[in-house]
Design a binder for this molecule. Structure first.
Ligand code: ADP
Ligand code: ZN
Length: 721
């Protein structure tokens, strides 16, 4: 097993196996036929790629999707693995070249479309080389019960039996027992070879909101993801086209995808999306099969999906890199009728299955418990956590409702006094006593509501105003965005009705923002992203094949300065380092010196280590001593005009050099709950304090480096390290 671990790091750049990878790999290496059922993004590919590197002979991978095949081969080549593919899309000279390499036994992995594998000359070729493993991807295509039955898949078993020395691994993301049974009996896999992973995708934030003003809701949602990839799913082609036109007019980088477009147009749009040349795809459900893009950050369901399974698949296309991704469903009762109409056209069993699926979907949409409960239950698993922390309902529970009548009254009367023609932002400016031009132009500084809302920040007021709209105290003019009072608003103003709601906690100024959003240098990330795009275009591959978003995020959080640091970053193996290490290190180093970013003591540029260290030595002692004398971290930040991160680095170094530090006031800097603190602290027990990367990754990036640094200090002080 040591061999597999070291390949995992040196080739793929990962620290540890995830999910069931390790047991599956072990099983395959023991030449036992296996079925791996893991959700999309669950890490299925490594289950045969690592054995392929260990087997003497070749591994044949059968994959039905030509685009995916190309993608995977490109990815492997980038990591330094000899892989090729053969399918009907290849120009004949390349096809020929690839077969020559296979015959010369120069490749470890050969990807094939199922129909290619059935050809006599291919079978002959494979018989002339040693095939150690057949990996059958998207194995649900074997089953008529699956959503994508392909007759050629039925014949794979026969081919396979001509290679008795080889082991077979089937892989799929479809979990239903019926399909699993079919795959196993068709390929002759026994139950001990079956591995089914959990279906919870923890990094997906799941949210359902009533569909009220969908165009606006869409814009508000996608605004949160500038330059980041996302998919919008619609029910009909017309809706796709309308939304595409609307968002294009607003200046969004977006392309449509549906069956009404020509194949070449569809392919072109998909390709642009994959290569980050276009940010958003608005699509009917037809989109997404066969794309392996890792950095999809959001999925918006503009309309209700058809079944809970399709919903799960569609949201599952986001966040394959393990980083947080946001999934929003706009839910309207009217949409149910559309789906029912289609269900009613079906018959018998099919109709029954469809309505069961619809009902599961409704349970999911209407629950006020954790959304993961109905979602996971549908796949025959029980969801046992109390609070997932990654769905709208769980987060809402964390904050209890309070009486916000008085704030509603302030806001509503300000809307009234300004003439019911302004949007929320202007109202908030008046409430907060802004001295902005617009306020003065309208003479709103003379209103009695001017400056009566200074107790809340702008953000808190925006959050409140949204609740007022949701509670139908206000309606928004669709064309100009002005707010108007409703009947209900008058009842509130007259004190006849109370309003219950939530006030958002104001962020503590010096502490990391969101726990779920790993803290990193967004400017540097942008620079690295551009470089990645440039390099990807040069080698004609999608950007995520050069480095995943997760990899860039980690670079932008940790500022690696040398080979060691760089190789410690998620997703960096030897080949990636050799191809790109220098280029990215140069950018990061010059960025650091340009912005005078003080580096943690452990990661100085190799070249001028001594020059760097000498002048700073004093600084961390000064700062450590200051802290010990009772000066707070906040005061230190002001005094020396440095970021919290820098203070933490100095204190860490102070400790590392064996100087004792007081613990007072450190833990309280953490922006996390006690429970989260405890989880992270416990991880230091097993993973050590030397490097934060492993802890960060163990938590899937849910806790940012700033908080981890705080917790590490606390941990070290209390454990006298
Ligand atoms: P699937 O085929 O199951 O949809 P992939 O094999 O494409 O999933 O893996 C999804 C992503 O998960 C990959 O892009 C890779 O970055 C990541 N991944 C896979 N295995 C590991 C691992 N052991 N450690 C960290 N990340 C991993
Ligand atoms: Zn939840």
């Amino acid at each position: 097993m040591n061999k597999t671990k070291s390949l995992l790091k040196s080739v793929f750049g990962y620290d540890s196996f995830i999910s069931l990878q390790e047991s599956i790999i072990e099983n395959v290496l023991a030449k036992k036929d296996s079925l791996a059922v893991m959700p999309t993004g669950g890490g299925k590919s490594l289950c045969y790629q690592i054995p392929a590197l260990i087997f003497k002979g070749m591994t044949v991978v059968v994959s039905p999707l030509i685009s995916l095949m190309k993608d995977q081969v490109e990815q492997l080549v980038q990591t330094g693995v000899a892989a090729v593919y053969l399918n009907s899309s290849l120009p004949s000279d390349e096809y020929h070249r690839n077969t020559v390499r296979v015959k010369e036994k120069a490749v470890k992995l050969l990807y094939l479309a199922p129909e290619t594998l059935l050809k006599a000359n291919i079978i002959e070729m494979l018989s002339s080389v040693q095939v150690d493993c057949f990996a059958i991807d998207e194995a649900h295509c074997i089953s008529q019960w699956g959503h994508d039955f392909r007759p050629e898949y039925r014949q794979l078993a026969k081919i396979r039996s001509g290679f008795p020395e080889s082991v077979c691994i089937a892989l799929t993301a479809t979990a239903t027992p019926r399909v699993r049974l079919d795959i196993k009996s068709n390929l002759g896999i026994d139950s001990s070879g079956e591995f089914v992973a959990g279906f919870d995708r923890e990094n997906l934030f799941v949210q359902v909101v009533p569909k009220k003003d969908p165009l606006n809701q869409t814009v508000q949602f996608i605004q949160k993801f500038p330059n980041q990839s996302g998919i919008i799913y619609c029910f009909s082609r017309r809706q796709v086209d309308d939304l595409n036109t609307y968002l294009t007019r607003l200046g969004y980088s977006i392309k449509p995808y549906h069956a009404g477009l020509s194949e070449s147009e569809r392919n072109q749009n998909q390709e642009m999306f994959i290569r980050d040349d276009v940010q958003i795809i608005v699509a009917t459900i037809a989109f997404g099969m066969g794309i392996d893009k890792e950095n999809i950050r959001f999925v918006l369901h503009y309309d209700l999906p058809q079944t809970i399974e399709s919903y799960y698949q569609e949201i599952g296309r986001s966040g394959r890199d393990g980083l947080r991704s946001d999934c929003l469903l706009l839910f309207a009762y009217g949409d149910i009728q559309k789906i029912k109409y289609f269900i009613n056209k079906k018959e018998g069993q099919e109709k029954r299955v469809a309505s069961i699926h619809l009902n599961s979907l409704l349970r999911f949409a209407e629950t006020d418990e954790c959304r993961r409960i109905p979602l996971i239950n549908h796949f025959g698993e029980k969801y046992s956590k109390n609070n997932c922390g990654m769905c709208d309902n769980c987060l809402a529970d964390a904050k209890t409702k309070i009486d916000i009548t008085i704030y509603a009254q302030k806001f509503l009367s300000c809307v009234k006094r300004t003439g019911e023609i302004f949007g929320a932002i202007h109202i908030i400016d008046v409430l907060r006593g802004s001295e902005g031009k617009k306020v003065f132009n309208f003479g709103h500084q003379h209103l009695s509501t001017y400056g009566i809302g200074t107790d809340f920040s702008k953000r808190q007021w925006v959050h409140l105003s949204r609740q007022f709209i949701n509670k139908e105290l206000l309606v928004q003019d669709t064309e100009f965005g002005g707010l108007k009072l409703t009947e209900k608003a008058w009842a509130v103003l007259k004190g006849k009705e109370t309003v219950m709601g939530r006030v958002e906690k104001e962020e503590k100024k010096y502490v990391v923002k969101k726990i779920v959003d790993p803290d990193y240098d967004h400017n540097l990330f942008e620079i690295l992203r551009k470089k990645r795009k440039e390099l990807a275009d040069l080698s004609k591959v999608p950007p995520y094949i050069v480095f995943s978003d997760k990899t860039l995020v980690e670079m932008a959080a940790r500022y690696p300065q040398n080979r060691n640091d760089f190789m410690d970053i998620h997703g960096v193996g030897i080949a990636k380092y050799e191809n790109y290490g220098r280029i990215f290190l140069d950018i990061i180093q010059s960025y650091c010196s340009q912005h005078q970013i003080e580096l943690p003591a452990e990661s100085m540029p190799e070249e001028d280590l001594s020059a760097y260290r000498a002048p700073k030595k004093l600084r961390h002692i000064v700062i450590g001593d200051a802290f010990n004398s009772g000066i707070s971290i906040r005061e230190i930040m002001e005094e020396y005009n440095i970021k919290i991160d820098t203070v933490l680095n100095h204190l860490y170094r102070y400790l590392q050099e064996g100087r004792p530090l007081k613990s007072k006031g450190i833990l309280s800097l953490s922006s996390l709950s006690d429970k989260e603190n405890a989880i992270a602290l416990e991880l230091f027990d097993s993973l050590g304090t030397e490097h934060l990367g492993p802890v960060f990754r163990e938590l899937n990036g849910r806790i940012g480096y700033d908080d981890l640094k705080i917790l590490r200090l606390h941990y070290m002080i209390n454990n006298q390290l």
